[in-house]
Design a protein around this ligand. Structure first.
Ligand SMILES: [Fe+2]
Length: 435
């Protein structure tokens, strides 16, 4: 078992580093050190930061080895320097950063061969290694978002996502009653996903699929961006201050809309899931549609609850790891798929595309579950608990399977939309509907 686990960890580390290499080797040094948006770090910061976290946790803590570059710790401490200030720091250059992450990785593979993967909570089931794999994958998704903000000819290549295979429309009724939210058994689940706990969720309807570009355009055409009554007070203030009038990266093209995807312009595809909208836009659309955003518990119940057994699954389709036919994950494609492209990934009740494609905004503030214990450090999640952050669920086309589960939680400010964020709507049943 342990040998199997070591092999799996080594494979995951290698697979993840290959993705990091694609994201950092496809641009030249000028693009690596440039700040493409004040919202993002220079790519070369992400690269060395990934190595620095790996050094802190796996080389120094798990391995008990001497530091590789203690002198640079402060440069790559995300809490010490906001993203906007990072280009001014004396960062490692591209060649130095590559050499550094390579040196750290060599030591980590040596430690992986020797360390006991039991005993200490930090290493049990390879947790610390899994945490570092997920951390690098999360930065890879962030770097992918930086690529989307980069000006210049396309450098990333991928096949288009699969076409729709089934028609998907309308809503699904999720029956009221208890379900198990979160997990106490998933070995690489992060502290904020724990512990498993029973939540009573009254019956509700949820859209069978996330909102598409075509549906979102109807909101625009109906004057959605011009009418404050669809928006929350904070949302309308932000819409006015930021001058929002369509999802990020959209531009008017004659009578219609086009977007630019990783440097490639294209007409907006109506059946594709809408992406790059902020929480406030999602909330305004839902109100306009006579609905609301789902709560986080509703989203997770729709994704995991199996009415036949009363149990919660790891994923909508079951307990098996995500395969290519289940969900649009892992940067396999460079956009969300059309609605109906992943019938094999549907939940038992027929809710589609919950995992992958687009992160889905929920109406819930980021918080700790009952019995939450910060692990292995307070800054992982607890420092972010509170009303400033909204929870997003399900992962996007840019999220790797290693950092995506039915229980996985993401969070961000309600104004953010450089992330791969979309949404679906929910609503309470009308009298007699939930029978
Ligand atoms: Fe980080």
């Amino acid at each position: 078992m342990t040998e199997l686990l070591r092999t799996r960890v080594a494979d995951e580390l290698e697979r993840t580093r290959a993705r990091t290499a694609v994201l950092t080797d496809t641009v030249d040094d000028t693009d690596l050190v440039r700040q493409h948006s004040p919202l993002m770090s220079p790519l070369v910061w992400d690269l060395a930061h990934v190595g620095n976290q790996e050094e802190l946790w796996l080389v120094r803590d798990v391995g008990g080895r001497d530091p590789v570059r203690q002198d640079i710790d402060h440069l790559y401490d995300a809490f010490r320097h906001p993203r906007a200030d990072r280009p001014q720091l004396p960062l490692l250059g591209p060649a130095e950063a590559r050499a550094y992450v390579g040196t750290v990785r060599e030591k980590v593979l040596d430690i992986l061969d020797r360390v006991r993967l039991e005993g200490r909570a930090l290493v049990a089931d390879g947790f610390a290694f899994g945490m570092i794999v997920q951390h690098e994958q999360q930065h890879d998704e962030t770097m992918l978002a930086t690529h989307q903000l980069r000006i210049g000819p396309p450098v990333l290549r991928a096949d288009p996502p699969p076409a729709a295979r089934v028609p998907v429309a309308g809503e699904v009724l999720i029956p009221g009653g208890p379900f198990t939210m979160g997990t106490s058994t998933e070995p690489w689940a992060l502290d904020n996903e724990r512990p498993a706990h029973v939540v009573h969720v009254p019956a509700f309807f949820i859209d069978a699929a996330p909102v598409t570009n075509g549906q979102y355009q109807e909101f625009i055409v109906a004057g959605g961006y011009d009418q404050p009554h669809w928006w929350s007070a904070a949302g309308w203030r932000h819409r006015m201050d930021a001058g929002l009038e369509a999802p990020m990266h959209w531009w008017r093209d004659g009578g219609g809309w086009a977007y630019t995807r990783f440097g490639q312009p294209a007409p907006v595809a109506p059946d594709e899931l809408v992406v790059h909208v902020c929480f406030y836009e999602a909330q305004a659309y839902a109100t306009w549609a006579g609905k609301r955003l789902p709560t986080e518990a509703e989203w997770e119940k729709a994704a995991r609850f199996d009415p036949a057994t009363g149990l919660s699954r790891r994923y909508p389709w079951g307990d098996g790891a995500p395969a290519a036919h289940h969900a649009n994950l892992g940067q396999r494609h460079l956009s969300p798929a059309p609605v109906g492209a992943y019938p094999d990934g549907a939940s038992p009740l027929g809710v589609q595309q919950l995992i992958g494609d687009v992160w889905e905004w929920t109406s819930t503030d980021f918080h700790g579950y009952p019995g939450f214990v910060a692990f292995p450090y307070r800054e992982y999640s607890q420092a972010f608990f509170g009303p400033e952050y909204k929870v997003l669920r399900g992962g996007s086309f840019g999220t790797d399977a290693a950092a995506c589960r039915g229980t996985f939680r993401n969070w961000d400010y309600p104004v953010r939309r450089q992330i791969f964020s979309g949404f679906r709507c929910a609503r309470d049943p009308h009298a007699g509907e939930a029978g």
